[in-house]
Ligand binder design. Structure first.
Ligand code: PLP
Length: 392
């Protein structure tokens, strides 16, 4: 039976645990890119203490000197159990998985399996900015099929793009972001089934980046791409890194549908040397024992989503904030403020608050900023105060 997320986990809200002073002692990208007087609400790092079970697993490994190379399938087994319980999906077969260093390097490796140099890869902008440079570095051609104005997949545009890029029998792939970063859109089973039918019709291989799958709002159902009819030859990348803030503990899983098993079997063995063994331990503990912590996080994110919507309605009603059903990111349409293509620049310069600029998200990103909701209510209040001051 599918578990209803984030009910009565009994754990405290991790988003309320850390003060700004304490967060500023961190040395990661979020905290060291801008000077001290700037409030960072940009990159997807969470302002939380780690789940206690994850800390214990990593601490035990360090105490034991268990810091060698990764072995075994514990991570995949933990993900399979999580997928069954959380999404009601029993189709994740451990023998059709491989550990990869992280999701983006996993995406690169999956695309190497199903496309060649110069082949087109479809993306749906506005979308996670690193998709563009990673595809360029891989010598794949980006084909944009923008989201619709409602922030959802536009199946007509997708079909037209598939038709165009496969003309003449060219190989092509589709890098699906599910749930979608930055809009937080959760693709429905019907939408994903339609995607699979189109992919089949045009011979396009689907690689699904499902890193945000654990982070969905109450009452929303995440549907794994490999679980929909027609998704059997898809490849997916999953990870505990977003849900439990483990980006610095490198590990992720590539998962093949039954008809993609032979493709995944061609993955060079050395790719599995890239993930950190301690990372694998941390991710496994998160999926196995960190569900209560995740539920407390998700409840806190729901509160923060409401708080942000209320604050914007009160202080900056011209900003359009369509709350997503997933991720801990809010995509803010600031075009009505008249700040031009890059409002993040004005907010930074005049308000000393750092958002992610919408521009690197591709078509549809101009005039937008992305805010990271995985922080304390006080920091969200301060971010809106600084935004308001910047336009005042
Ligand atoms: C959609 C998406 N894919 C991939 C990543 C990066 O994942 P990793 O650090 O495992 O490469 C992120 C990080 O925010 C993301 O939002």
């Amino acid at each position: 039976m599918t578990r209803i997320p984030h009910e009565s986990s009994g754990e405290p809200n991790p988003l309320r645990a850390l003060t700004l002073d304490r967060l500023r002692r961190r040395t990661s990208m979020k905290w060291r890119t801008y000077p001290e007087d700037v409030l960072p609400v940009w990159v997807a790092e969470m302002d939380v203490p780690l789940a206690e079970r994850v800390v214990r697993a990593v601490t035990d490994a360090l105490a034991l000197g268990d810091t060698g190379y990764p072995a075994g399938t514990a991570y995949a087994e933990a993900l399979a159990a999580f997928a069954g319980e959380r999404w009601g999906w029993d189709g994740l077969a451990v023998e059709r998985t491989a550990i990869v260093p992280d999701v983006m390097l996993g995406v690169v490796e999956m695309l190497k399996l199903v496309t060649g140099p110069g082949d087109p890869v479809v993306v749906n902008p506005p979308v996670y900015p690193p998709f563009f440079p990673f595809l360029a570095h891989l010598d794949r051609r980006v084909a944009e099929a923008p989201l619709g104005a409602d922030g959802r997949l536009d199946l007509d545009t997708l079909e037209e793009t598939f038709r165009r890029i496969t003309a003449g029998g060219r190989r092509a792939a589709y890098l699906l972001c599910s749930p979608h970063n930055p809009t937080g859109t959760v693709h429905t089973a019907d939408e994903l089934t339609a995607v699979a039918a189109l992919a089949d019709r045009y011979g396009v291989r689907v690689v699904a980046d499902e890193i945000h799958a654990p982070v969905v709002t109450a009452g929303t159902r995440f549907v794994p791409y490999l679980a929909v009819p027609g998704g059997e030859n898809g490849l997916s990348l999953m990870s505990a890194s977003k849900g439990w803030n483990l980006a610095g503990l490198k590990a992720a899983l590539a998962v093949a549908g039954p008809e993609a098993a032979a493709d995944l079997a061609r993955l060079p063995e050395e790719v599995g040397h890239g993930p950190s063994h301690v990372g694998v331990i941390a991710h496994t503990a998160a999926l196995r024992e960190g569900v209560g912590w995740l539920d407390a996080l998700l409840a806190g994110l729901d509160d923060n989503r409401r708080l942000l919507a209320d604050l914007l309605a009160e202080h900056l009603p011209a900003v359009v904030c369509r709350p997503g059903e997933a991720t801990y990111l809010a995509w803010l349409d600031c075009r009505a403020l008249g700040l031009g293509a890059d409002p993040a620049e004005t907010f930074l310069r005049r308000g000393r608050v750092a958002f992610s600029s919408g521009i690197p998200f591709g078509t549809g990103g101009a005039g937008h900023v992305r805010l990271n909701l995985a922080t304390s209510p006080e920091i969200i209040e301060e971010a809106v105060r600084r935004m308001t001051a910047a336009v005042g």
